[in-house]
Design a protein around this ligand. Sequence first.
Ligand SMILES: NC(=O)c1ccc[n+]([C@@H]2O[C@H](COP(=O)([O-])OP(=O)(O)OC[C@H]3O[C@@H](n4cnc5c(N)ncnc54)[C@H](O)[C@@H]3O)[C@@H](O)[C@H]2O)c1
Length: 327
Amino acid sequence: MKSEVRVAFVGAGTVAEMHGRGVSAVPNIRLVGAYDHDRQKAELITSRFGGRIFDSLEEILSDREVDAVHVLTPIDHHVSQAVASLRAGKHVLLEKPVASTHEEIKLLKSEAVEAGRICMPAHNYIYAPSVRRARRLIETGKLGRIASLWIIYNIFHSDHALSMYGGVLREVCTHHAYSVLHLLGRPRRVSAVASSLRERHAGKEEQAMIVCEMQDGAIANLWSSFAADDPTADPWTVVYKVLGTNGGVSYSWNEAQFRDEGGPAWGMPCYEESFVEEIDHFINRCVLGGDLPLSTLEDAADALSILIAAERSIDRLDTLAPVVYSE
Ligand SMILES: NC(=O)c1ccc[n+]([C@@H]2O[C@H](COP(=O)([O-])OP(=O)(O)OC[C@H]3O[C@@H](n4cnc5c(N)ncnc54)[C@H](O)[C@@H]3O)[C@@H](O)[C@H]2O)c1
């Protein structure tokens, strides 16, 4: 029985730092190396977390030492790189949003089954211990009937960061959508609004609110903004709140912080912890232990359905849009 899983990163940009910190903190995993088409990025990541620089994804895939690939590139490359990795017999940890369409997610599912390998969406927020505890409290009924869920995200992104990313709906509300699914199940209908404060980013929403009507009377409220930080005394940087008829849960990334200007939330240990727990689950529970991932491609498909319904609601401005799930 293997006792160490050897991984390689494709893409060595912002999120690779968090994957590197995760790899360093988790037992039974070693970073063999990284490939980025910007070689300097791969140099930086391997100098920080070990391993060598690969010259291409193909070189990673033909390296028998590599057991698993973390796909950490922008969304346009996710599906082709994940499929190539699965076909080469590697397990895949695939950054969010895993894909832009349901067809692509179906392809990922069938390729993973065909290869007999794990393709786990990197839905890191649900791996945070506080979110896992919230789910246990909901599932065991300790909170009573759930009345509301609030997931709030306020992290200012510079013009440069905004130019690199999509709007908050796909970029951030993906986290919110898979979190709602994890905590409360599938919303029936959603209503959404979005806005942009900086004109040059017109076409990309800088902030958005999605209100989800759940099956059993609960309402989930999903807020996301790149427009402003929350500098107040009780900051809502990233907050989860669940209120039930018998109790509640509150969780905030602000509970511990240190100075690290390297990237958004890099100085928030709660954020880093979500990657550590996610990677530990992927490596030790799934690849070595044979368990199923906590985050699945089915969740990714359902999260995409929620976002498509939100986009439909924003486009029509006046609708409560039904969520159409892809079976
Ligand atoms: N889970 C999270 O909390 C979280 C946080 C940030 C980003 N992300 C996701 O991670 C992904 C990457 O985001 P990022 O912020 O690291 O972006 P980034 O632009 O900082 O990094 C992406 C890297 O991929 C490289 N790259 C691009 N195309 C490539 C290719 N074809 N082959 C090899 N390398 C290539 C780029 O040179 C760059 O270094 C996105 O899907 C994003 O949504 C997730």
